[in-house]
Design a protein around this ligand. Sequence first.
Ligand code: PMP
Length: 463
Amino acid sequence: MDTGPTFSNSLAAADIATGLHPFTNARLHEQKGPLIMERGEGIYVYDVTGKKYIESFAGLWSVGLGFSEQRLVDAAVKQMQRLPFYHTFNHMSHEPNIRLAEKLVEITPDHITRVSYTNSGSEANDTVVKMIWYLNNARGLPKKKKFLARKKGYHGITMVSGSLTGLPNNHRDFDMPIIPVIHLTTPHLRTSGLDGESEAEFTARLLAELEETILREGPETVAAFIGEPLMAAAGVLVPPQGYWQGVEAICRKYDVFLVADEVVNGFGRLGTMFGSTYFGIKPDIMVTSKQLTSSYMPLAAILFTEEIYNIIADNTAKIGTWGHGYTTTGHPVATAVALENLKIIEERDLVGHSARVGKVFMDRLQQLSDHPLVGDVRGVGLMAAVEMAPDKRSRAGFEQAGKAGTKAFAAALANNIIMRVVGDQLIFCPPLIITEEQALEVVARAEKTLDEVEQYVRAESIA
Ligand code: PMP
């Protein structure tokens, strides 16, 4: 059942002739061609043939308000007409930039008082590394430069943010990492726990690893710990109880900045405004993007404390400048769209909605645990994963990893649903606006897809 598009479409031919797609095997793409999307409506997208899909992954974890929010379009048009571009270098500013910063400070935890923009999550994490290096130099701590991150964590793809990312394929043949970064154990019991290890023992082992690493490297060389509160790209990995509290305490003890990468978790994804709120931690820096504009415009915001601001600000006075910024830092159209987006999230209580619908979604999804092909179901709020496994009594995956996943993606398309497949895991992260009824429909289509993949797995004996 290959649902790939045909080459008769001249757009597809042009794409193959001219493109190099992100996260794509280029030679395979030449054979398969692109699936070309044309328009969107609520949680649905339509391809160029008119076929309608539920977008149960919100594009790339990001289209919170769905694919047809007129108010975001109007906000963009209005700003384009008024002032399509202005920059924020050399004391310049414009209203959307200021209003959005005010709004972000209002909705973040009290200790966060400052905002700096970039165009993407990758640039934001790149900028965070620069900020921390700059301020540690300013503090007279020039050796304090190393970052701690986690294996399988995702923090972006530029040379520096990609170095923080802990996925081998994002380093391989790129000569990365290029900064000093140590990737610690992935905080997920099922994937990284030892045989027979309890959750509490696992947490203790992770925290011991963190502290031992800081002591081994020397606290005077360790600058920051960065992590997604709930790891997304790795496969929606829920950390063990007590993990984040422990990480926070160890960071405080050794003067290590705690950076929460909220690029996916932020703005309601876990049924709370931020992932840090969900896990009850107070990071020094929170990095946001994606649902900040529902991805209608590219934008990221770095949110941080007054203390960090003051150290940086003093140093700018000393050396004359904060020698950093992009032409489009705080772009007026992007910030105007973000402001409207946050207003809508608030007006419609989409954070509470995410918690409520997320519960219905997860309860129904948990029923798939009984499916013969399902090894694990997990998630929080409107973010979930269903892990396919050959034998549900064991943690082991398929011998031929990824085959069932590839099949599942194609079968899902045939069932008019787009989900993300990571290895043999099905990932769901639907728009925040999804209704209960639609969420149940997502699970129904996922179940049908699993039935079909199970037949395939049996027929091909890939277990
Ligand atoms: N951090 C996290 C947690 C992400 O999931 C992503 C992107 N998926 C990024 C950072 C990078 O964002 P961008 O793709 O906008 O550069």
